[in-house]
Design a binder for this molecule. Sequence first.
Ligand code: PGA
Ligand code: ZN
Length: 443
Amino acid sequence: MLRYLPVRRIHARQVLDSRGNPTVEVEATVGEGIVGLDGYTAKAIVPSGASTGKFEAIELRDGDKGKYLGLGVEKAVANVNTKLAEAVLGENALNQSYIDHLLIQTDGTENKSSVGANASLGVSMAVARAAAMALRIPLYQYLGGCHTRKLPVPMMNILNGGKHADNTVDLQEFMIMPSGAGSLEDGIRICTEIYHFLKIILKERKLSTAVGDEGGFAPDLEDSRDVLELIVQAVERAGYEAGKDIVIAIDAAASELYDEERGVYYFPGESRMKGEDIFRDSREMISYYEKLTEDYPIVSIEDGLEEDDWEGWKLMTERLGNRIQLVGDDLFVTNRKRLGCGIRLKAANAILVKVNQIGTLSEAMDAVEMAHHAGYRAIISHRSGETEDSFIADLAVATGAGQIKTGAPCRSDRNAKYNQLLRISENLGELAVYENPFQGYGD
Ligand code: PGA
Ligand code: ZN
């Protein structure tokens, strides 16, 4: 039996992400240990956020303004090729927890500020993928075990705003979820059709069909209601029923709207469109969401309030938490400590999981496990800066999270994930489980 699969080689290089910013790619070679295997080499590329939470693990950037406007990752690459490689060479790739423990220990800080979370994550993912390859099993099965068969329902971000676009839409993401679909294939098809119909409607109205960082359209619209009306129309034009076949999820990314000095949320786009300054305080934000969820089939709101407003989150969860999913992204940053705090306070009822927010695979998987134990949902997520690496598609299946957030069905950095999910679905065949995560919600 194969018990020992040594890490033989770790090599990092600087490559580009979907926004044209440098990021870390790591190649890991495993094998040729006492069992005499040939080497298996796999690579992984690290994603990068724009509306980054202030409690995220540190993404190490060079800061050399003469190169890539200071965004180079040559230091992180060097850390992989020296310190992290030294730490894991010869260690057992089949023991992912131990590999990740070594990465954490080598960094030695709370937030990976020494080697960079982009350095540690690249090694963590590449080693996992190489181990799966050596065992000749799919990555999702390696990470999830032999009982893994639950496919995630996509949260497709079809309309972009906030920091991901240059339009007047203040809330960052408007997503559709194919809750009524019978399979992942149908779910992806239905959402994609709606995406195309949304484009047709935008064209008819002479609105921009340019897309934001996650592939969703980014027209100038007056406010959230305008966006939601448009989405409901696109759903209907595509021949589906909003609230039945399709439900809506929002990522407000409220930390980006928060004006710390004044202690309120400022809506710059809405203010511009309406010609007056629009502010909302924490309570008004909650009432605002309450009203939107009464008028539209919204089942999930992410980062409805900013990352330090625990009291507000508690109140929002009391008011809305039994009806809809309240997701902590910047609030929890895939960090068990912050999630633990939320669970104790009954703040939010779901966590967004982004592997680079924490910097190793094991820590991200721990966060999912902790959430599930507490009755919280987990949603595996991409970043706004992505790559062709489809790792999170496998991770979403492996963790049985039941939901994945990976952008519009547009641009290969986003479709790489959907395409990988389609492959996994085919691989699972009849055994695939695809369930509406909102069954019975709000009953
Ligand atoms: P980010 O956005 O990757 O820019 O942080 C995604 C999100 O906020 O969910
Ligand atoms: Zn978010």
